[in-house]
Design a protein around this ligand. Structure first.
Ligand SMILES: [Zn+2]
Length: 618
């Protein structure tokens, strides 16, 4: 009984904590109509809501941080009575007399504002004769419709979303297409949420295009909105990539219960046009108007696979992007890579993981914890996307493939239609692992960096015809090390899984026909796990080969060694320490930029027409 009382007490306590931060009011249903104004100068919105409220004060957030837009002409009604309100800092403050309000109608306009634009503004919001959109893949557009303040942790309730556009537009939006009506040169597309799940947020894309459909034997249908001058075989190709990816992810992460996928081609802009939403995506129009030429590791088509995976990562299971961005992007990057073989019948998985480590390591020393907010975009990609995917690969390595994928399926099942955190993910995965995963999560997700080691030769002694050499691999970092090591001598050739706890060392006796050296042992031979030699740092940027074969710098951070030596993005690397860059494999070349702090580097670079020799210390 005492125990029960204690639980009750805890429950009351947690309830109080909750109510101190969160509003007890909630929106139970949205019926929203968006009308693209005939002169394309604003979106006119009527948002009707079923609401539960026990307070005499309601705070409704609208349009906050939605850069490039402004909310104007707000009116608020409750059962046809117009209500007084104030609107400050994107919050509508309402006073409700008898605390009883069950239906609320808010009408307003969203207008484009040039001064507040940034690189992503057009991707997030656009209004023109060719193209109108509110893109919910950009999280800051989440509040284009009214929300009760401080209930950001809740998912979207059931909805009807009607989009009223001039007849020349096709519309793709959240949910399933329920109905289209046409009247006097306008069309209204009405969308409703899927039967058993809502999208993470409301969105719509409207553009001049044609809608085509590809159906598959299991009745799954891919609906594509593509340019009028599309090449037919490209339509088939893209539909197949979407279908194969979707089926692969359903097998590995669980079925969605949905039988369709929607995709719209839009102007690609700075982002390449990619958005991954619940059961739909956008990508650039070039997929349909030009021949698709994939590079050696299947870009650009593998970006489609990535976006399809966002059905699971960020939509079926959502997360707070400001802290757990890796739950969207690390998961999508990992999924993109493991699906490549099935979708394209081409084995570039290991090379893809190697490139993630290659890029991440070049930010080594400047990185931040996975579960944190990172402003700098290049660093955010290296950490949330690339290290995030490496962490999942490592977790699979630790748990074993079968247990890992059981855990992933259970994570999706238990957080379907909810908001998950990194702790939630850890909790689910732990249920499927015999090993205690808490140090791994603490070290690699809450903490920054990799496992760090030093390797040293202890002694060599002759035993009959053989030499036995003692090798010590010491964990010098602040986290446990999980990796493979490869031993290669004249007498031995094997790879083994190793675990070196924080503060401890691994001792190996290596057999050989001569005394062995460090060269006979390779830590992380595949070069894909988060482990490195103690004391190294990255260049704060990396190089890649353009289709023309030039070796260009990219992703340069302000405070990294290459930036401080005067190197800028898109300068061309000709030589590194006297060796021609054009002769090298991309992963090898970039690994030369990861070296002990304090060491020297000599580069020959081309800046426009000038060729410069640059020497600097890391
Ligand atoms: Zn993504």
């Amino acid at each position: 009984m005492k125990y029960l009382f204690f639980i009750l007490f805890l429950f009351i306590l947690s309830f109080n904590i909750l109510s101190a931060n969160e509003s007890s009011s909630s929106i139970n249903y949205y019926d929203i109509t968006v009308r693209v104004s005939p002169l394309y100068e604003s979106l006119q919105i009527e948002a009707l809501m079923d609401i539960t409220s026990q307070e005499d004060k309601l705070e409704i957030s609208l349009g906050k941080n939605f850069k490039g837009t402004e909310v104007r002409d707000i009116k608020v009604y409750s059962r046809s009575e117009e209500l007084k309100y104030t609107f400050n800092d994107n919050i509508i403050n309402l006073y409700v007399k008898d605390k009883k309000i069950d239906k609320l109608l808010i009408t307003y306009r969203i207008c484009p504002v040039k001064e507040q634009q940034d690189a992503y503004s057009t991707f997030a919001f656009n209004i023109s004769e060719q193209d109108c959109r509110i893109n919910a893949a950009i999280t800051r557009t989440d509040n284009w419709f009214p929300k009760i303040k401080n209930i950001s942790s809740k998912r979207l309730p059931p909805f009807t979303l009607s989009v009223d556009v001039p007849s020349h537009f096709e519309v793709m939006a959240s949910g399933r297409l329920d109905y289209i009506s046409e009247h006097k040169g306008r069309k209204i597309y009405r969308w409703k949420n899927y039967e058993n799940i809502t999208d993470r947020s409301l969105y719509f894309f409207a553009c001049k295009c044609k809608k085509v459909e590809r159906s598959y034997p299991d009745n799954f249908s891919v609906k594509l909105y593509v340019p009028h001058n599309s090449i037919d075989k490209n339509i088939d190709y893209v539909a197949d990539v979407i279908y194969k990816s979707y089926k692969y992810f359903e097998e590995n992460f669980g079925e969605t219960g949905l039988m369709e996928y929607k995709a719209m081609a839009i102007d690609s802009g700075v982002t390449g046009g990619y958005s991954g939403l619940l059961n739909s995506m956008t990508f650039g129009k070039e997929y349909f108007t030009k021949n698709i030429e994939n590079n050696a590791i299947l870009f650009p088509s593998r970006n489609i696979v990535h976006e399809v995976s966002h059905t699971w990562w960020g939509n079926i299971v959502s997360a707070d992007a400001s802290t757990d961005y890796w739950l969207f992007e690390g998961f999508a990057k990992f999924s993109e890579i493991i699906a490549l073989k099935r979708v394209f019948d081409s084995d570039v998985e290991m090379e893809s993981f190697r490139r993630l480590k290659m890029v991440y390591m070049n930010y080594y020393g400047y990185d931040q914890p996975l579960a944190s907010h990172i402003d700098e975009r290049d660093l955010q990609v290296a950490v949330a996307y690339f290290k995030g995917a490496m962490i999942l690969k490592t977790l699979e390595f630790i748990m074993g493939e079968e247990a890992f994928f059981k855990g992933m399926k259970e994570y999706v099942r238990s957080f379907r239609g909810k908001i998950a955190t990194t702790d939630d993910f850890e909790h689910v995965m732990q249920k499927f692992s015999d090993l205690d995963l808490s140090n791994f999560f603490k070290g690699y997700i809450d903490g920054k960096g990799c496992g760090e080691y030093t390797m040293s030769v202890m002694d060599s002694r002759k035993k009959g015809q053989e030499w036995l050499t003692g090798i010590k691999i010491e964990n010098r970092g602040d986290k446990d090390i999980y990796t493979l090591i490869e031993v290669k001598t004249y007498l031995e050739d094997y790879t083994k899984k190793v675990f070196i706890a924080k503060g401890s060392s691994l001792f190996l006796d290596v057999r050989n026909t001569e005394p062995s050296t460090n060269q006979n042992i390779i830590v992380d031979p595949e070069n894909i796990y988060p482990v490195c030699e103690a004391g190294v740092r990255g260049a704060g940027g990396y190089v890649y080969f353009t289709p023309e074969g030039e070796c260009k710098f990219t992703g340069i951070l302000e405070n990294g060694p290459v930036a401080q030596s005067g190197i800028k993005n898109s300068m061309i690397l000709l030589e590194i320490d006297g060796v021609k860059s054009s002769k090298m494999d991309m992963v090898k070349l970039n690994s030369l930029f990861v070296r002990p702090a304090g060491s020297k580097m000599k580069l020959t670079v081309k800046d426009g027409k000038d060729i410069k020799e640059i020497e600097f210390v890391y």
